[in-house]
Design a protein around this ligand. Structure first.
Ligand code: FES
Length: 147
């Protein structure tokens, strides 16, 4: 093999390698690697703190607030911790945001109908895992939720 043949052969080989790199790069776009956002309800952040001003929020039984992947519901009158519940809003089946049904006193997923108690326990599938329950504390008119 002379030099010309070697370079030609090497050049073809490099082109083939570079083409392989190009294909690999094309397969990886920013869409393939999403960055979690504050609106990502599938992963409620551990240790997060969520507050509510009870002078203006959650005033009536059945009122609820959704933020940071958590749903807080007023279950009873009075500004004490046991008058509220806070659970992850994302259904443990496929992540759809659950709703609170005040008449039935439970969380219901609008996607496939899973139902959860006010403590997050599964009442009806297809979900098989409980909703994460958060700790609620009330100090005066300020409600705090901690992981
Ligand atoms: S996503 Fe909730 S029941 Fe399927």
């Amino acid at each position: 093999m002379n030099r010309q043949e070697f370079l030609t052969k090497f050049g073809i080989s490099m082109a083939a390698v570079c083409a392989g790199c190009g294909i690999a790069s094309c397969g990886s776009s920013p869409k393939d690697d999403p960055t979690p956002s504050d609106n990502d309800n599938n992963n409620p952040p551990n240790g997060s703190l969520l507050s509510a001003d009870l002078n203006s929020e959650l005033k009536s039984t059945g009122d609820f607030k959704v933020a940071s992947g958590i749903i807080i519901v007023r279950l009873a009158t009075g500004n004490t911790a046991d008058a509220f519940t806070a659970v992850q809003v994302a259904c443990t089946h496929q992540g759809t945001a659950v709703n609170y049904n005040n008449a039935q006193g439970k969380f219901i997923c609008p996607n496939h109908g899973s139902q959860f108690s006010t403590t997050g326990a599964v009442l009806l599938g297809p979900a098989t895992t409980a909703l994460k329950k958060y700790t609620v504390t009330v100090n005066g008119n300020t409600l705090n939720v901690t992981a």
